[in-house]
Ligand binder design. Structure first.
Ligand code: ZN
Length: 85
């Protein structure tokens, strides 16, 4: 029996794949934040830096073409135009 490939079907939906990157600038920002947290006064600046760094190092990929999505709330992939659930 011949089965048509699902990938060519119109209106296909893909999912967003969450990916953590530790090599980028986000990891450096988190590290600075952790170091600042070692001092009581530094924690005021350190905690927001850890949160910023964490969001910087979290990337979302399109499960259809593995392209990086600039916005995690993106509804359509900018590269393959697949609907993202
Ligand atoms: Zn895509």
């Amino acid at each position: 029996m011949f089965q048509p490939q699902a990938g060519f079907k119109k209106g296909i939906t893909a999912s967003k794949v969450k990916k953590m990157e530790f090599a980028g600038g986000g990891a450096a920002v988190q590290l600075i934040g952790i170091l600042l947290c070692l001092t009581l006064v530094g924690a005021i600046f350190g905690i927001p830096l850890i949160i910023i760094g964490r969001s910087m190092s979290t990337k979302f990929l399109c499960s259809n073409c593995s392209n990086k999505l600039s916005d995690k709330s993106a509804k359509i992939c900018p590269v393959c135009h697949v609907s993202l659930s």
